[in-house]
Design a protein around this ligand. Structure first.
Ligand SMILES: CC(C)(COP(=O)(O)OP(=O)(O)OC[C@H]1O[C@@H](n2cnc3c(N)ncnc32)[C@H](O)[C@@H]1OP(=O)(O)O)[C@@H](O)C(=O)NCCC(=O)NCCS
Length: 309
């Protein structure tokens, strides 16, 4: 491991980092008999570099072999006002089990510790390698989510949101501040910059719905449609009715596709309604926190692009 040095990712590293993310993630899943996650062109996986650099320049750390110059590992992070989020972490299969990830993680937890901030992430509950990596470093699984998909017919969702005295509408740029305040009050996360970024939508890949009544916005859900990521989230709803309405509304924007979304496993009524509608599970994830944690009220719907917890 003396051969491995950590440094910031540079613009000319994007193609190699994207290759690494694709090879590492697909290898891990396929080794376990599961389908590949990234079936797109390698260049599409540069989405991670692009979004993180847009949001927080110079917040990707890579582990590079001094002998070969090859990048053996990479991890994105995302400093927010009151916490640091950890984005996708990857090690090349040739370097698995050699503490490359532990070193990358330490770099980021040292950064957060220096700022006295907790670190948050969402990690697979089916991946003992990453579970061990994070819990050894002091992360605590705080919430479990089931990843579900609900194929959207080409002509749109059959089920339409039905709400009393409330409506779902397209989110607009002016909503970012209210959405951020709503999430801060209920999920105790502050990230207005992210919402402004989604709503500016310079790359045309984001979409968002809000639910509002006469008092104003009371829930929201975003989504991304890109060859490297097709997901709903992040989102927050005060109850199951609102969560269903937001999920249906956002899914309708993904006609002919099956975007993944995460719902808390302990919201059994929501889960039962999703099963009854035809949604199925594809994975389980844990929201993990290292440091201060305050349980959320309502229903959080996290995502991996960009990561949220
Ligand atoms: C998950 C992944 C990043 C781990 O990378 P890695 O470099 O092999 O991990 P490390 O060698 O640093 O091991 C991490 C720690 O977990 C420990 N560990 C591994 N398996 C363990 C187990 N079953 N029980 C307890 N500890 C275990 C290791 O001993 C090590 O701790 P140590 O450094 O204190 O000894 C890598 O497998 C990977 O890239 N997988 C595919 C992509 C992915 O799943 N990314 C995570 C999603 S965010």
């Amino acid at each position: 491991m003396a051969d491995i040095q950590l440094r910031q990712m540079e613009r000319n590293d994007w193609p190699e980092v994207a290759d690494l993310i694709q090879v590492s993630t697909n290898f891990w899943y396929q080794r376990g008999g599961k389908p590949a996650i990234f079936n797109c062109a390698p260049s599409d996986v540069q989405l991670f570099c692009k979004v993180y650099e847009d949001l927080d320049p110079r917040c990707c750390v890579v582990a590079q072999s001094g002998k070969t110059g090859r990048i053996a590992g990479s991890c994105f992070y995302h400093p927010r006002p009151a916490h640091v989020s950890l984005g996708i972490m990857n090690v090349h299969p040739n370097y698995f089990g050699q503490h490359v990830a532990a070193r990358l993680l330490r770099h980021i937890t040292d950064f957060a510790d220096a700022q006295r901030k907790p670190v948050r992430l969402v990690s697979s509950a089916m991946n003992l390698d990453s579970f061990s990596l994070y819990t050894r470093a002091g992360f605590v699984p705080r919430q479990a989510f089931q990843d579900m998909y609900w194929p959207v017919p080409a002509d749109g969702m059959k089920q339409k949101p039905s709400l009393k005295n409330a409506r779902v509408r397209l989110a607009s740029k002016n909503d970012a501040e209210v959405i951020a305040a709503l999430e801060l009050a209920n999920a105790h996360i502050s990230r207005q910059k992210d919402f402004e970024y989604f709503l500016t939508n310079a790359d045309g890949i984001w979409h968002g719905s809000v639910i509002e009544d006469d008092s104003g916005i009371r829930g929201f859900l975003f989504s991304i449609q890109h060859p490297a990521s097709n997901m709903l989230g992040p989102g927050w709803a005060r109850d199951e009715d609102d969560a269903m309405a937001l999920i249906q509304s956002e899914l309708d924007h993904h006609r002919g596709r099956s975007p993944v979304f995460l719902v808390p496993v302990d919201r059994s009524d929501l889960v039962a309604r999703l099963y009854a509608s035809g949604a199925r599970n594809c994975e389980i994830h844990f929201a993990q926190v290292r440091g201060a944690y305050q349980p959320p009220t309502g229903i959080c719907m996290p995502t991996f692009m960009p990561e949220t917890a």
